[in-house]
Write a protein that binds this ligand. Structure first.
Ligand code: PEP
Ligand code: MG
Length: 931
């Protein structure tokens, strides 16, 4: 144990208190258990637990995550005391099996595996068959009576150890493995295609060649000393916590770097000892559909890597009943026991050595959103978990899968294989869309009218594109982030959207898109995966989800299929969520059809109706443009008069759809130039339409152009300078509300919301206008309706002076898109370019336009909430920025005591579940505090 001794004994003395580093398991008892997952990693904790349950687990020990932390901090030095603990634990394994590590006659072989607190599949390293050398391999050959098997194990070990521990594969050689090349060369020479066709003599040769590769590339001799091998492998697995793959995985899944991995060292059992041996993976339920059906695959005469690597095609697990009947019945008993024990679907790894079953791993199985919902609800019915546990168990985001059209999984895999994946952007609007690419909103509309499925491709979108976006199946932009116009409108409409795909070179003139060295013309078929942001240059078939089909009654399948399990489980889950959540969930919607969608998905009101979106549509934009181009107040009044009935009709549609639920309507917000045309042809057309010269329109555009429009003449500043606009909008709202009340008998509940307020006086002036108009309308209509008047809080000054502003407001709605923009001084339309880099560098943990920045923006919300309530205890608080549909932000809103969150219609189920989880967690935290 030369090197081991020097490695371990050279450890610096640390000032920390002495803790236990090594946790042994085997022979039906273990030092650890499942509650110690932070210390033992998921794998170590569950092996200990299985051992305690008396299940057949090969003996071994787990080196704790704390050692990983100390090893990293100590620049690759193991902490003092570790060596003695490992020696003791190893002895226990030897005694348990009657084998000795390094024994030339009856050698104990070990596996060395990583295991973090949360499973990070395939991200870190593993070494198998450790303990083999030129002497022990002969012992294994004699003992097993199977020399081919022994030499096969040895060549696998030299390759794995050379690769993982000694770094024989250079950086950048991810796709090129010198060992695999050597193996292929030998197979070719021997004229065989399968590894299993190689004979003992071939494998002996391979071992020699593999060692030569190690020597050439790693500049060291392959270590023959088993203890040196062991310490080398333990260190390598700890180091693999910081390999590129693992770091990237942690970033994507928000796993803290400090956690570290544990290392589990376990006696090897062999699935490749002949036809009575085998290995497999299985799930206690189907991880794709959630069906209660044992699911998995196995291979006889194989090691685990053969199943995973897909070298041989595994058999469906049911066949094990025939190939190894006793192992099958034992596995059945164990899988049922484990699911009952863990109260969750388990993912199992097992090996059969000469007919005897061993469990190598169990963990909560990863599953699709479909499976998550079905398993959780069925486990409640089976009495395994409570409704609350079911609610807490499901990732709200995973509900997306149940709502969005889906790509056929096989087709997608084929497209990837065929190299049709040509770029990636931000997954801004979930779902799957296929269509022909077009480069203008007008073209999208034209093609769609002809019955074509189109994808609208723009450098970035503006409100002018709205009809084209509506007409398109999906939207692809080269610029813009998660809250860019394209993204938020797409989500609201339920359109698939991939935004900010900066590699795309879009040429509007030529109507082409260039990416990865290829040019695609208008009309080329593309597919967008809004869940991953991946872009494909071909058509991939999609279908509406079962849930959407059932909710909207559009599913043409039979009643039996339509009322399938996914929909039933989804409905049940939503009912439970609604019964525990304390916040309401509203929708951001501005068209009657969006409102109906929102109600079908469970919206309890509209939290944001962006009235400017209602200005785009046939016959609507012209009077808006007239209003903008007016030179005198009289001209403007005349234009507004034409606009009034149009707005009123739209509001009537919305109020009808909402059937007495509250509807928050925001007065005009964007800078006016957004409503004017910009391209010469469009300017000419508008001029002809309005009977003015193109020069006049150009001059007006020039006049309205601002250097910083998002901080310019927009929001309530428009209503202050053109009070007649606010007056017209208020009139349209109240007249529509009275008309609908009379017609339907259901009283609408309008809530007028003034945007971008920064002072109390701004709100007071706008409120005065709205109240005056309301009185006039009620008088004229001979009826009164209850309404509320409030403001958006989207500027830091508004948040900081909330006590004053609340004097004029019945409610505050946090406009966190603008509040994030103005708090960070970060343009919401440009941030997408560098936010990902900020996340990589750890400057920002998450995109603040997607998840509320609790420290800054959140603090402003907290101040505004508490000071606003101080002035007005009954002040209603809500959120209508995109964060209203983000589970983490929803949890924050729960903590602030908000009355509702409002999000795009297709995120409503996600928000309902996230709000339920937030309420449950708050209640549980409260219970802990008061205990
Ligand atoms: C906001 O700023 O959060 C908001 C909801 O308004 P908009 O996105 O329309 O600016
Ligand atoms: Mg805003």
């Amino acid at each position: 144990m030369k090197k081991a001794a020097s490695l371990a004994s050279s450890a610096k003395a640390t000032p920390r208190t002495r803790t236990k580093f090594v946790f042994a398991f085997g022979d039906g008892r273990a030092d650890g258990h499942r509650e110690l997952r932070d210390l033992l990693g998921g794998k170590g904790a569950n092996l200990a637990e299985m051992c305690n349950l008396g299940l057949p687990v090969p003996p071994g020990f787990t080196v704790s995550t704390e050692v990983c932390t100390r090893y990293s901090e100590g620049d690759g030095e193991f902490p003092r005391g570790l060596e003695a603990e490992v020696t003791r634990a190893l002895k226990r394994v030897e005694e348990s099996l009657g084998k000795t590590f390094g024994d030339p006659e009856n050698p104990l072989l070990l596996s060395v595996r990583s295991g973090a607190r949360i499973s990070m599949p395939g991200m870190m390293d593993t070494v198998l068959n450790l303990g083999l050398n030129d002497v022990t391999v002969e012992g294994l050959a004699r003992r097993s009576g199977n020399p081919r098997f022994a030499w096969d194990a040895y060549r696998r070990f030299v390759q794995m150890y050379g690769d993982v521990v000694l770094g024989a594969r250079a950086e950048g050689e991810a796709d090129r493995c010198p060992f695999a090349e050597e193996l292929e060369k030998l197979k070719a020479k021997r004229g065989v295609t399968e590894d299993t066709d190689l004979e003992e003599a071939d494998l002996r040769k391979l071992v020699k060649r593999f060692k030569r590769i190690v020597k050439q590339r790693a500049k060291v001799d392959f270590p023959e000393d088993p203890l040196e091998q062991l310490w080398g492998a333990v260190g390598a697995v700890f180091r693999s916590w910081n390999n590129e793959r693992a770091i990237a995985y942690r970033q994507i899944h928000s796993i803290p770097d400090e956690w570290g991995t544990a290392v589990t060292v376990m006696a090897m059992v062999f699935g490749n000892m002949g036809e009575t041996s085998g290995t497999g993976v299985a799930f206690t339920r189907d991880p794709a559909t959630g069906a209660k059906q044992f699911y998995g695959e196995y291979l006889m005469n194989a090691q685990g890597e053969d199943v995973v690597a897909g070298i041989r095609t595994p058999e469906p697990i049911e066949r094990l009943r025939r190939s190894s009947p006793s192992a099958w019945s034992e596995l059945q008993r164990i899988q049922e026991l484990l699911e009952r024990h863990y109260h969750d679907m388990q993912d199992l790894e097992f090996t059969i050595e000469d007919g005897r079953l061993f469990m190598l791993q169990c963990r909560n199985g990863k599953r699709t959103g479909f499976a998550a919902v079905r398993i959780a609800t069925e486990m409640v019915r089976e009495g395994l978990i409570s409704e609350e546990e079911a609610l807490l168990r499901i990732d709200p985001e995973s509900l997306n899968q149940l709502l969005q059209p889906v790509f056929d999984a096989d087709e997608l895999a084929r497209a990837e294989r065929d190299g049709r994946h040509i770029g990636t952007g931000l997954p801004a609007g979930p779902g799957a869309a296929t269509g022909r690419i077009v480069f203008s909103a007008a073209a999208a509309e034209q093609w769609a009218t002809k019955g074509e499925d189109v994808l609208l491709v723009r450098i970035e979108t503006s409100p002018e594109d709205i009809k084209g976006m509506q007409a398109a199946k999906g939207i692809l932009t080269a610029r813009g982030g998660m809250t860019s116009h394209a993204a938020l409108v797409a989500r609201q409409m339920g359109r698939v959207c991939v935004a900010g795909a900066s590699a795309l070179e879009i040429d509007y003139g030529k109507r082409t898109l260039r990416v990865a060295g290829k040019t695609y013309r208008e009309g080329h078929w593309f597919s967008l995966d809004g869940g991953t942001g991946r872009i494909y240059a071909e058509a991939i078939a999609t279908a509406p989800s079962e849930v959407i089909g059932a909710l909207f009654g559009t599913d043409k399948r039979s009643e039996k299929q339509r009322r399938g399990r996914v929909f039933q489980s989804f409905k049940k889950l939503m009912r439970w969520a609604d019964s525990v959540r304390t916040m309401n969930v509203r929708a951001n919607a501005d068209q009657p059809d969006q409102c109906r969608t929102a109600v079908a998905l469970g919206a309890q009101g509209i939290g944001l109706c962006r009235t400017e979106h209602m200005f785009f549509g046939p016959g609507k934009i012209e009077p808006v443009r007239e209003m903008i181009l007016a030179d005198t107040p009289e001209e403007r009044e005349a234009a507004l008069k034409r606009l009034l009935p149009i707005q009123r009709r739209d509001f009537e549609g919305i109020f009808k759809a909402m059937e007495g639920r509250p509807v928050t309507i925001r007065t005009l917000d964007p800078p006016l130039h957004e409503f004017l045309p910009h391209e010469p042809e469009a300017i000419k057309a508008v001029a002809a339409d309005l009977g003015v010269s193109p020069a006049k329109i150009r001059a007006k555009i020039e006049h309205l152009t601002e250097l910083n429009p998002m901080l310019g003449h927009r929001g309530c500043r428009l209503g202050i300078t053109f009070p007649e606009i606010t007056r017209m909008q208020a009139r349209a709202v109240f007249e529509a509300a009275c008309n609908v009340a009379k017609k339907t008998g259901k009283k609408p509940r309008p809530e007028i919301m003034i945007p971008l307020v920064s002072t109390r006086e701004e709100l007071r002036l706008q409120a005065e206008i709205v109240r005056e108009v309301a009185e006039e309308v009620f008088e004229k209509k001979g009826m009164r309706l209850i309404f509320q008047l409030g403001t958006m809080i989207e500027l830091p000054r508004a948040a900081l002076t909330a006590a004053e502003i609340a004097k004029e407001a019945d409610f505050f709605s946090f406009g966190t898109n603008d509040l994030t923009q103005t708090t960070f001084g970060l343009s919401r339309d440009d941030a997408g370019k560098f936010i990902p880099r900020y996340a990589e560098l750890g400057i920002l943990e998450k995109d603040p336009f997607a998840t509320i920045d609790r420290e800054g923006v959140g603090r402003l919300i907290a101040i505004a909430s508490s000071e606003g309530r101080h002035t007005r205890p009954d002040l209603k608080l809500g959120i209508c920025g995109e964060h209203g549909g983000d589970p983490d932000s929803i949890e924050f809103c729960q903590g602030q005591g908000l009355a509702y969150v409002s999000c795009s219609p297709f995120r409503i189920p996600i928000a309902r579940l996230a709000a339920a989880q937030a309420a449950l967690r708050e209640r549980d935290a409260g219970a802990v505090r008061s205990a």
